[in-house]
Write a protein that binds this ligand. Sequence first.
Ligand code: DGI
Ligand code: FE
Ligand code: FE
Length: 195
Amino acid sequence: MNCKYYEDIISQRMKAVRFKHSKNVAKEAVRLAKKYGADVEKAELAGILHDATKETDGPEQMSLIRRAGIELTDMEKDSPKLWHAISGSAYIQVELGITDKEVIDAIRYHTTGRAGMTLLDKVIFVADFTSADRDFEGVDRIRRIADKSLDEAVLEGMSFTMSDLALRKLTIAPDTFAGYNEMAALRARSKKEAK
Ligand code: DGI
Ligand code: FE
Ligand code: FE
């Protein structure tokens, strides 16, 4: 995979610090993909492109979303933080001509997660938390968990985000809830079986 080509394109769309983050996420996604058996090339590509439109202005993001034929829910329209994941998935389709559904979805759901996450979705979701540039309180805990179980790390990341949003009285996307409930139920089932 020639990720250098895409690196050059997206480095023009963002500041150096976010480009560095994108490269770190790609590197961490490759590491997790190897560890958990996901497609390594897709992980690298989705990692490098996941925040491609994070510094794109609102109207341009909306235009990309429209061009990709994606309809936003009212709640998505009211949550600008969620736009870059959706417009990023639109951008890689309409501007870069990427057609790989797994890569498109991993970017689309990298911020919220969703019910029925694919292995690649999980790798990108976790890599965005555990990449080398992350230093938020609790990052070491998620890194430790990611060493043992990808599913547990997804659940931990979702729980971290939801707690933070709830404390700040912000809206929580239905996809986030759906992903959380599914992963939490999976965990509860596996604990019961282990008893
Ligand atoms: O783009 P990054 O900064 O690398 O990370 P990200 O794509 O996970 O974005 C994090 C931001 O998204 C953070 O400000 C919290 C916000 N966010 C995550 N899940 C939700 C959310 N915001 C709302 N309103 N609802 C969510 O479910
Ligand atoms: Fe992001
Ligand atoms: Fe990111």
